[in-house]
Design a protein around this ligand. Structure first.
Ligand code: NDP
Length: 321
């Protein structure tokens, strides 16, 4: 588990934008579980963070100086930038966002990386059909809350697994999930899942791995689909991953497990954003954000992801829009 000592604060001059660059003042900064993976030097789909270099991640900010004809001072942009108050970046590295279509923060959540992860993982790999049962773990988080709602839009029956009663209420009462299970208080998670999924499980959107996933996979129907999105229960383990321990069940059900990275779908992002924005505007998709304020609280917001402190997408507000 990372600690405050994992991070250091440095005061440096505000960078000067070069030709073709813009200077962006950070408004919202995204903390994400995948960043934990970049704090390890294991081979991965993305380069590890380097020691003593600035952490980078999703940021929304405003252009305060422009040396590019593509952006004007005052434009709001999103992109991968450093955890800093100010970043000088090439104009090609950021994209303009429109806060008249959705609040700015949405471009780091439901209309951003986590919304797209839910969209492509569920629809491309999970392929839920009307009347099928979809189970999602990490259900009240940034990806999970969108997965369950898209599954409902597809006509599926949806069961969410999350770690508090407040999260269960949110899923059942506000998002319209058919059932929610608190994995931290359930006497017997396997039994609770059996009761919640009397017709078995057709799609399991896996955000967490470990014992929760074992319990869900025990209930797979024939030809079930499992978009393998994340394994947060293993990210801080020092003794290796907990892989699925239900091989026989997987074999018998002839299930498909397909791991994916949202970036695999970069060529289709506009399609995903179009549908997500449409469902938002029709009121068929809701979203929640947990926003803490202040640059000094970035590490705590990051640690909170591993303790379940966030409802919906965790963001940090650094400055006023
Ligand atoms: P969330 O907003 O869901 O935050 C993480 C949540 O995980 C916490 O709120 C907590 O909720 C839950 N959690 C933490 N530790 C455990 C544990 N040991 N067992 C079970 N649940 C735990 O994060 P995201 O929505 O951003 O990400 C969800 C998953 O998707 C992560 O695994 C992430 O790495 C992955 N991901 C993958 C992407 C891809 O391209 N494949 C892209 C984006 C995310 P609770 O209270 O319920 O425990």
């Amino acid at each position: 588990m990372p600690t405050e000592e994992t991070f250091a604060y440095r005061e440096v001059p505000v960078p000067e934008p070069g030709e073709g660059q813009v200077l962006v003042q950070t408004i919202y900064l995204s903390v994400d579980p995948y960043m934990r993976g970049r704090m390890s030097d294991q081979k991965s789909y993305v380069e590890p963070y380097q020691l003593n270099e600035v952490i980078s991640g999703g940021i929304i900010g405003k252009v305060v100086e422009s040396k590019s004809d593509r952006f004007h001072v005052g434009d709001k942009v999103v992109g991968m930038m450093g955890w800093q108050h100010y970043n000088a970046v090439d104009a090609s590295e950021v994209r303009k966002v429109d806060d008249l279509i959705a609040p700015l923060s949405a471009y780091l959540s439901v209309l951003g990386m986590t919304g797209l992860t839910a969209y492509f993982g569920l629809l491309d790999i999970g392929q839920p059909k009307k009347g099928e049962t979809v189970v999602v773990s990490g259900a009240a988080g940034a990806v999970g809350m969108v997965v369950g709602q898209i599954a409902k839009i597809q006509g599926a029956r949806v069961v969410g697994i999350a770690g508090s009663d407040e999260k269960m209420d949110f899923l059942e009462r506000e998002l319209g999930f058919d059932r929610a299970i608190n994995y931290k208080t359930a006497d017997n998670l396997q039994k609770a899942l059996e009761q919640a999924c009397p017709d078995g499980v057709d799609v399991y959107f896996d955000n967490v791995g470990g014992p929760i996933s074992d319990a869900v996979m025990n209930l797979l129907n024939d030809y079930a689909r499992i978009p393998l999105c994340g394994a947060i229960s293993s990210y801080n383990r020092t003794d290796g991953d907990l892989g699925p321990r239900v091989q026989t069940k997987l074999l018998k059900s002839r299930a498909l497990i397909k791991a994916f990275i949202v970036g695999d779908y970069a060529h289709r992002f506009s399609e995903g954003i179009r549908d997500l924005a449409q469902w938002l505007s029709e009121g068929r998709l809701q979203y929640q954000e947990t926003i803490v304020e202040g640059f000094e609280n970035v590490p705590q917001a990051f640690f909170g992801l591993f303790k379940g402190e966030n409802l919906g997408k965790q963001l940090v507000k650094i400055s006023e829009p």
